[in-house]
Write a protein that binds this ligand. Structure first.
Ligand code: PLP
Ligand code: COI
Length: 341
């Protein structure tokens, strides 16, 4: 298979139309067989549930070319179960988890020419999603749904690559107490758009959201969980029922403990503790692990000792180990890598 002629090393995090996408429709209480299709456009009724009441949930995962030339993806079973959790929370039917994984395999295989070569620094981002498709005007769940997945080759999510980020504490909340912060629903991202646009306009890379109830604890950013390293080398990451259970963060907790022999604390993290950490980072499928150099709270700066020029040493070790597992340089825990071809 011949690869597409793309400038792999200079890709940003954007959309590039590829050859095939996967579509399955839900009607009369059942999903159809699903198929790969060519058309990247969707035609829906003007009153579809997704347009009126934002009944849509999504996922994000990546496919990689490994050192030995295979194409793999990372823990797609966890994306399948998280999409199921998201769907249940928005009263949508669950797309069967085994079919989710099969669809991703089929989709990536059909777009293999777009999977960036090993060592290029780029990866293939996979975006599965679901939406209510039939007309809904009273506030209620739709009866008909579509599950889709497309792929797009991507480079780093943050423009500077591995350069430490500057993050500000947001005055806006990302999630309500007892709300939908723990699911991957479009509505959580719509309400973060004003916060991210104004953060960028003010010169910050991202927002740190605090817990919506007390505004004393660290939650996450608009698209990634936080990780922190203490001065004595412990791995600390916020626990909250209003943040997205990041698959990258859950994987890093295992890597920190079992590959790097670190003590791992998954617990509430108070904002007041931040000044005592040695290193900080964001983690997620898109963010991978992006170092954080500085957090700004209304003009008051918290500067991590790891500085503003490169990743701190412990975060670098976590980054090398995780990406080593994803790209086949380091043996993965049982079940983490799904070989596609
Ligand atoms: N938090 C939010 C709000 C996200 O959108 C994402 C991205 O998926 C993450 C965290 C990271 O999750 P994951 O590691 O599963 O990609
Ligand atoms: C992901 O990491 O997959 C996400 O969905 C985050 C988004 C900000 C791109």
């Amino acid at each position: 298979m011949e690869k597409k002629d793309l400038d792999w090393a200079n890709l940003g995090f954007g959309y590039i139309k590829t050859d095939k996408r996967y579509v399955s429709n839900y009607k009369n209480g059942a999903w159809d067989d699903g198929a790969l299709v060519d058309d990247a456009n969707i035609v829906l009724n003007e009153c579809a549930g997704v347009f009126q009441y934002a009944q849509t949930v999504f996922e994000g995962l990546k496919a990689y070319t490994t050192e030995d030339g295979h194409i793999v993806c990372f823990r797609p079973d966890l994306n399948a179960s998280r999409l199921a959790d998201s769907a249940r929370r928005l009263e949508m039917p669950v797309f069967p988890e085994d079919r989710f994984v099969d669809a991703i395999v089929e989709l990536v295989k059909a777009n293999a020419a777009y999977v960036p070569p090993y060592g290029s620094g780029a990866t293939l981002y996979v975006r599965p999603y679901m939406m209510g498709t039939n007309p809904v005007i009273g506030v209620k769940p739709a009866d008909e749904y579509q599950f889709r997945a497309f792929v797009t080759p991507v480079g780093p999510y943050f423009k500077g690559g591995a350069k430490p980020l500057t993050i500000r504490v947001s005055d806006f909340d990302r999630a309500a107490p007892n709300g939908t912060g723990m699911i991957k629903a479009g509505l959580n991202y719509a309400m973060s758009l004003h916060a991210i646009v104004t953060a960028h306009a003010d010169g910050y890379d991202e927002n740190m959201y605090l817990d919506p109830k007390t505004r004393t604890k660290v939650e996450e950013t608009g698209g990634a969980n936080f990780i922190f390293i203490t001065k004595d080398g412990k791995f600390v990451t916020p626990k909250s029922d209003s943040i997205l259970p990041s698959i990258t963060r859950r994987s890093l907790m295992y890597v920190a403990e079992h590959y790097l022999g670190m003590e791992v604390e998954h617990r509430e993290v108070y904002f007041d503790e931040l000044k005592d950490f040695a290193e900080a980072g964001l983690c997620g499928t898109a963010a991978v692990i992006s170092p954080v150099g500085k957090i700004v709270d209304h003009g008051k700066e918290i500067c991590f000792p790891s500085g503003m020029t490169e990743m701190g040493p412990v975060i670098k070790k976590l980054y090398d180990t995780l990406t080593g597992i994803q790209m086949g340089r380091i043996e993965a825990p049982e079940g983490w890598i799904k070989t596609i071809c």
